[in-house]
Design a protein around this ligand. Structure first.
Ligand code: PGA
Length: 240
């Protein structure tokens, strides 16, 4: 399995020109890299402008709604992003759970809708700082995965991203040992063969450890994915 590296731009950058610039710089450097699957997840409004020429990159949406169409002001359907060229959709990111009240049940509906539209869900799970301190990490992650995948039989094409919330955007990454332990834990009760990625304060100095030592199948990168040189270093660090 090729390592998977996902760039989650979140609500960045501030304008299309910058977005195209970052995309082009990454695309140029990635064109000779065949040993990794590199997926860029820009905000929805930048998908269309970059989609006409993605080179070796793949595109993903940062979110989708679970209904196919209808009176849902402000929402975007799985098929809409699929039509724009997305192959993947991030679902259940902790920022969606926290700021938009996404529950495990909503996440479950979104995963089903994504699979239905032939999108590969990048299903995010992870514990809060308090849950970690009270030794609930495994319980929480297991519950999120079981509920998120409830009633789903065919699991062709699904990615799980373990993203401890206390490590996201904090500059306080999870240790390689802890990531390794959680990777094994998740694989133990998840459908076989599903890639498990790590995300949370990944940069070019810690990236290799998660893949080479912790044996994660790849990385979900936030902040560092907006800095082309740094992001390319991350990609290179895990394939070289
Ligand atoms: P970060 O974000 O790399 O900025 O910590 C990761 C994520 O939220 O996916």
């Amino acid at each position: 399995m090729k390592p998977i590296i996902i760039a989650n731009w979140k609500m960045n950058p501030e304008n299309l020109e910058e977005a195209e610039n970052i995309f082009e710089l990454i695309k140029k450097e990635i064109k000779d890299i065949k040993k990794a699957e590199v997926i860029i997840c820009p905000p929805f409004v930048y998908l269309s402008p970059v989609a006409s020429d993605i080179g070796e990159l793949s595109l993903g949406a940062q979110n989708i709604f679970f209904e196919e169409k209808g009176a849902y002001t402000g929402e975007i359907s799985p098929k809409m992003v699929k039509d724009l060229g997305c192959k993947y959709a991030i679902i259940g990111h902790s920022e969606r759970r926290k700021y938009f009240n996404e529950t495990d049940e909503i996440v479950n509906k979104k995963i089903k809708a994504a699979l239905e539209a032939d999108l590969i869900p990048i299903f995010c799970v992870g514990e809060t700082e308090e849950e970690r301190k009270s030794d609930k990490t495994e319980e929480v992650v297991k519950r999120q995965i079981e509920r998120g995948l409830e009633g789903i039989q065919v699991l062709r094409g699904l990615i799980i991203a373990y993203e401890p919330i206390w490590a996201i955007g904090t500059g306080n990454p999870c240790s390689v040992e802890e990531a390794k332990k959680m990777g094994l834990f998740i694989r133990n009760f998840s459908p076989e063969g599903i890639p498990v990625l790590y995300g949370g304060s990944v940069n070019s100095s810690n990236s290799a450890g998660y893949v080479k030592e912790a044996k994660m199948n790849g990385l979900l990168v936030g902040g560092a994915s907006l800095i082309p040189d740094e992001f390319i270093e991350i990609v290179k660090s895990i394939i070289e």
